[in-house]
Design a protein around this ligand. Structure first.
Ligand code: NIG
Length: 381
């Protein structure tokens, strides 16, 4: 069924040629954008939706979440708010609860969070394994994620499970575990950080994953400066995520590479870190994406609008930079050309705000501004 969207007050396309055209209409058909052009020349369609002057933009592309999990870490959050620092060790609590959960419970929890994100305009979402950390539990997480999410990343190298020997665990991740998940995932990731995996261990994981044909991502520079960004760039990773603590060399390396710096402002706030240096990265010419990092430990939100508002109000990104980073930037981090953009042939993932312009995302922070959402051309809200 073809849908004609008219009455668009402001259209963000993220397409270099189309820009932000005025007096424009969109036709969605067959799951893709079938036509974009002057409203007065709009073709007929099966249905017509007049959005009465509201702003229209591509659906959010959330390129970093950890949503295959069970359990709750409210107590850890409360302790953090009382002054206890965030460390990687809390991951083990979620690992215990995830291992104990049934497949149905994990699927239900994942779907509930994906639906929650979609209701706020997220139409393409990546999620990861990483709370299983045995061959069977990682394979199960990957299978469950692949049935629900758009993109799935293997993060067996999230934490050395308590009691395990680090080098033997890296052997397992690079061998049997990678074999067990490979059919369900497109990406592999490693948490290169104090308390997780060191530079040499992280490099082994990236090399093994690349050898199996997986795309690479890195969790790096979250809790302090370190080797994460350098490793990501050296291995041609699609993104390095967090980037909270960067040296001048890290910024220069990112600017000279195709590796996207994915910033996670909700995580920086929830873990009481500084906010990532978005301005330094952008001014140097690096590509920046924004993502929610939705997970039960360091960032329990699915709200991309919150990330955009924070990026503008506190990280000094312009509204256009922040909206681009949360749509086209996420797509770039996932190396996808079909989402995060509204042009003919792109996936018909459309977000209509109950506001006349995207500026309202920062001007009215905390206000639920999602008015309508189409995913693959189907109206889901
Ligand atoms: O991206 N940094 C590592 N992983 C997650 C946190 C996971 C957790 O604390 O459960 C993150 O912040």
């Amino acid at each position: 069924m073809a849908t004609l969207i008219t009455g668009i007050g402001e259209l963000t396309t993220n397409d270099a040629e189309l820009g932000k055209p005025a007096d424009v209409a969109l036709v969605l058909d067959g799951g893709v954008v079938a036509w974009v052009g002057p409203a007065v020349r709009a073709p007929a369609a099966d249905e017509r939706v007049d959005v009465e002057g509201r702003a229209v933009l591509p659906g959010w592309v959330d390129s970093h979440t950890h949503l295959v999990f069970a359990g709750d870490r409210t107590a850890e959050f409360e302790a953090r708010m009382a002054g206890k620092p965030y460390t990687a060790g809390g991951i083990a609590v979620t690992v215990g609860a995830t291992r104990a959960a049934s497949d149905e419970e994990l699927t239900r929890n994942l779907s509930r969070h994906v639906d929650e994100a979609a209701a706020q305009g997220t139409t393409c979402l990546e999620t990861k394994t990483g709370y299983g950390l045995t061959v069977a539990d990682e394979a199960r997480s990957a299978r469950i994620a692949a049935a629900v999410a758009d993109e799935v990343t293997f993060l067996g190298a999230h934490l050395v499970p308590p009691g395990a020997d680090a080098e033997s665990y890296v052997d397992l991740v690079c061998g049997e575990m990678l074999d067990a998940v490979a059919g369900h995932v497109r990406w592999a990731d490693v948490f290169c950080e104090t308390g997780a995996f060191d530079e040499a261990q992280s490099a082994r994981v990236l090399k093994a994953a690349a050898g199996r044909g997986l795309g690479l991502r890195v969790h790096g520079n979250q809790l302090g400066e370190g080797a994460g960004v350098r490793l990501a760039v050296e291995h041609g990773a699609a993104s390095v995520d967090h980037c909270t603590y960067l040296s001048d060399e890290d910024v220069a390396a990112l600017a000279a590479s195709d590796t996207v710096a994915t910033l996670l402002p909700a995580c920086d706030l929830s873990t009481r870190q500084s906010l990532a240096p978005a301005r330094r990265l952008l001014d140097a010419g690096a590509t920046v994406a924004l993502a929610s990092n939705a997970n039960p430990g360091s960032s329990y939100t699915t709200s991309m609008a919150f990330c955009v508002a924070t990026a503008v109000l506190q990280m000094r990104m312009t509204i256009d930079e922040a909206v681009w980073a949360a749509t086209a930037g996420g797509a770039r981090a996932l190396r996808r050309a079909d989402v995060g953009v509204l042009r003919v042939g792109a996936r018909a993932d459309v977000h209509v705000l109950d506001a006349p312009s995207v500026t309202h995302l920062a001007y009215r922070p905390g206000v639920p501004l999602t008015y309508g959402v189409w995913r693959r051309g189907e109206r889901i809200r």
